[in-house]
Design a protein around this ligand. Structure first.
Ligand code: PMV
Length: 287
């Protein structure tokens, strides 16, 4: 059985696509899991996505596949240059879909880990990361690579994308119409991330919270927040959080709030009263 965790972007989403740094951490309370069992000779590879009630079958690893699970399996078999094994792999995940928590990358990583181990060539590190990134392109077009990197590493990352300026949707439109202004916003976010790194390393909670607030303000200017996300961010601050921001792609998805442990449940309660569907409390940076 193999796993991969969810992820949270602490600082720098969107600007990371334009070459600025970003900071992300694994969120191990939520996990994708893949488990396998051998099947009789000639049955081929079946992937059972238990949460989605999907059963997928791959016999021919050469046809181009447009399903992310099948594509993960196909890339793995092609990379390892092994024939399709006779195997059932069951994939499940506690990570909510399309929530900015990296569910797609985590499911791919768990599946590739399980499949590669089952054929006797376990993939990890950069090789695994490269395959998960390939699958991520199916979901996100031109992702920065931060999701797959933090999820495969399973440790906090200070991430800088190698090539810049391949962007997503609405933010690209804004940038294309007024590159100077938006480049300025991205650089401001980049400066926040660089400052945040030092404060995270030294545990300066008030400074981290303040930078989260500033990062959220800039994401709001980039139009990737939403009325509900803004309400949740204000609610967190009013309930005593040291700072709060949206996390991930935005326009839905997640808000993260930095809280003192004693205060966590107040903020979580206030989030739900203000319209949050679910809340989690986690400690960042300690395993
Ligand atoms: O996948 P999400 O929703 O966590 O967002 C990814 C973060 C972005 O910076 C918006 C895009 C990217 O590829 O880095």
């Amino acid at each position: 059985m193999h796993h991969a965790p969810a992820k949270i972007i602490l600082f720098g989403e969107h600007a990371v696509v334009y070459g600025q740094p970003a900071i992300a951490v694994p969120f191990t309370a939520l996990q994708a899991t893949a488990d396998s069992e051998p099947t009789p000779p000639g049955t081929g590879l079946t992937i059972i996505a238990s949460d989605l009630q999907q059963q997928l079958h791959i016999k021919d690893a050469d046809t181009m596949l447009d399903n992310a699970l099948l594509r993960s399996a196909q890339l793995t078999l092609n990379k390892l240059n092994v024939p399709t094994p006779d195997l059932n792999i069951t994939v499940s995940s506690t990570i909510p879909l399309a929530s900015g928590l990296g569910s797609g990358a985590a499911v791919s990583a768990a599946l590739i880990r399980e499949l590669s181990a089952a054929v006797g060539c376990p993939l990890e590190g950069d090789e695994l990361n490269a395959l998960v990134f390939e699958v991520e392109k199916m979901h996100h077009g031109t992702p920065s690579g931060i999701d797959n990197t933090v999820i495969v590493k399973g440790a906090p990352v200070y991430f800088i994308k190698a090539s810049t300026r391949e962007s997503v949707g609405a933010v690209r439109e804004l940038y294309d119409n007024d590159p100077d202004t938006y480049q300025g916003f991205f650089e401001e976010i980049g400066a926040i991330v660089k400052e945040a790194r030092g404060h995270i390393e030294h545990g300066n909670l008030n400074d981290i919270g303040h930078l989260m607030n500033r990062n959220h303000h800039l994401l709001n200017i980039l139009t990737v927040s939403s009325p509900l996300l803004n309400t949740l961010v204000s609610t967190a601050r009013e309930t005593g959080a040291l700072g709060a921001k949206l996390s991930g792609g935005g326009r839905g998805g997640n808000v993260i709030a930095l809280v003192e442990p004693d205060n966590a449940h107040w903020v979580a309660d206030a989030f739900r009263e203000a319209g949050a569907v679910r809340t989690w409390v986690t400690t960042v940076g300690k395993s």
